[in-house]
Write a protein that binds this ligand. Structure first.
Ligand SMILES: NC(=O)c1ccc[n+]([C@@H]2O[C@H](COP(=O)([O-])OP(=O)(O)OC[C@H]3O[C@@H](n4cnc5c(N)ncnc54)[C@H](OP(=O)(O)O)[C@@H]3O)[C@@H](O)[C@H]2O)c1
Length: 396
């Protein structure tokens, strides 16, 4: 039995950092910007956006149309508050869905659920009881750079401002004996988790910068498993980007290795490596843009959410034992609901505006700034990963 211990996470392991915990409110940030937006233009943009997205079904369109205008004009003609617009990738299950639900239920956010399976997302939102006036679903397949560009185009044409972008979606293939590939020929885990998100975030940066929202944020979900300064991060295979030779050569499995470090394919390691890239990119965004743009760039480890679909490719015995193991042995378990609240907090809490931070939570669910591993905080590596990734996604 391969009780793949790569997720032996736990609060106990980061308990030594609890002294640094900064207590924050669980309540969501109720942003109060003013926004003077022409509702008819907005609705026309949505119509255009619907026409463009050929993959969107009739059912999908009814949801899109159901999204309310983001502004209202007070009777006396004064500008009024608007909801924040937050894009959450991979909001059709697990952490993304729980986060979307927490934000939509606050009534202060319009959540754009960026998902590869439109109907699954719609069903998930409905069964989670998300108020339909507070979410929109848009198609995004991070395994295709064309799809990422189409999403960006559709979003821009909608005319909606972008206040927060959450790069959450991920694939994890711990039992794969052979690599699989994105539409652009990149190994799947790094292609989806890192490269797809990298292109998305780069292309939407201008929109974040143009937003009038008081706190604009780009959040890239990280993981303890990519951090070798933790016990969980030390469970083999460990994350290691090496000298980036595989990434430089395109991760395509023909003229290059499928692994960033140039080694043999290992699905669990590919996931961990992709998470290191996520955490490095958050810091590189911060270094390049925080001062000039004032955008908050952050990453986080939400806790071990042992029940999510992330483990769907694991063997059945693992899936059965992992949640109780995390609950009762490591005590690192966090429910999807609680993890969603944590990520929603990073989206909206006014006390979490610090940029360049990797957030974690202690066992009392208080957030604190955690330390990244040596590799995940290597700024020179971050710069190189950025430059190589730019070439792979066609930005350089
Ligand atoms: N679970 C944990 O213990 C844990 C711990 C630390 C960090 N995380 C992080 O939390 C995030 C969410 O994971 P989760 O645990 O919630 O897993 P999950 O339930 O499997 O959710 C992953 C989401 O990503 C989407 N996705 C996968 N491939 C995609 C693609 N090509 N294009 C667009 N969307 C795609 C999935 O869509 P479908 O619904 O269509 O499959 C799903 O909505 C990930 O970044 C993960 O690394 C999780």
């Amino acid at each position: 039995m391969a009780l793949q211990a790569s997720f032996l996470l736990p609060s106990a392991l980061s308990a030594h950092k609890e002294g640094k915990a900064s207590c924050v409110k669980e309540s969501l940030f109720l942003g109060t910007p003013v926004f003077d937006h022409d509702k008819s233009v907005f609705n026309a943009s949505l119509l255009r956006c619907k026409r463009m997205n050929a993959s969107v079904s009739m059912r999908a369109e009814s949801t899109l149309t159901a999204t309310p205008a983001v502004t209202r004009t007070a009777p006396e003609g004064k500008k009024t508050l608007r909801k924040g617009n937050v894009v959450v990738t991979g909001a059709s299950s697990g952490l993304g869905l729980a986060t979307a639900k927490a934000l939509a239920e606050s009534g202060k956010w319009n959540v754009i659920m960026a998902c590869r399976d439109f109907l699954k997302a719609e069903k998930a939102a409905k069964s989670a009881g998300m108020p339909k006036e507070n979410y929109t679903i848009m198609h995004l397949d991070l395994a295709s750079l064309d799809s990422v560009r189409q999403f960006v185009d559709t979003f821009k044409r909608s005319g909606m401002p972008l206040d927060v972008l959450v790069c959450n979606a991920a694939v994890y293939q711990p039992t794969a004996s052979e690599p699989s590939y994105t539409a652009n020929g990149f190994e799947m885990s790094v292609g989806v988790n890192h490269l797809g998100h990298f292109l998305l975030a780069r292309e939407l940066l201008d929109n974040l910068n143009a937003s009038d929202y008081p706190s604009r944020r780009l959040i890239i979900v990280g993981s303890i498993t990519g951090n070798t300064n933790t016990l969980a991060g030390n469970v083999p295979p460990k994350a290691n980007l090496g000298d980036l030779r595989g990434l430089a050569a395109g991760l395509n499995g023909t003229s290059s290795s499928t692994m960033i470090d140039g080694g043999r394919f290992d699905g669990a390691k590919a996931y961990k490596d992709s998470k290191v890239c996520n955490m490095l990119m958050m810091q590189e965004f911060h270094r390049r843009y925080h001062e000039d743009f004032g955008i908050t760039f952050a990453s986080l480890y939400p806790g071990c959410i042992a029940t999510t679909g992330l483990f769907r490719e694991h063997i059945p015995l693992f899936r059965a034992l992992f949640p109780p193991f995390q609950k009762y042995i490591t005590k690192g378990y966090v429910s999807e609901e609680d993890a969603g609240r944590r990520l929603a907090q990073v989206v909206s809490d006014p006390s979490l505006t610090k940029s360049g931070v990797y957030w974690s939570w202690n066992k009392n669910s208080a957030s604190f700034e955690n330390q990244l591993s040596e590799e995940a905080s290597d700024l020179e590596k971050a710069r190189k990963v950025w430059e190589l990734s730019e070439k792979l996604v066609g930005l350089a």
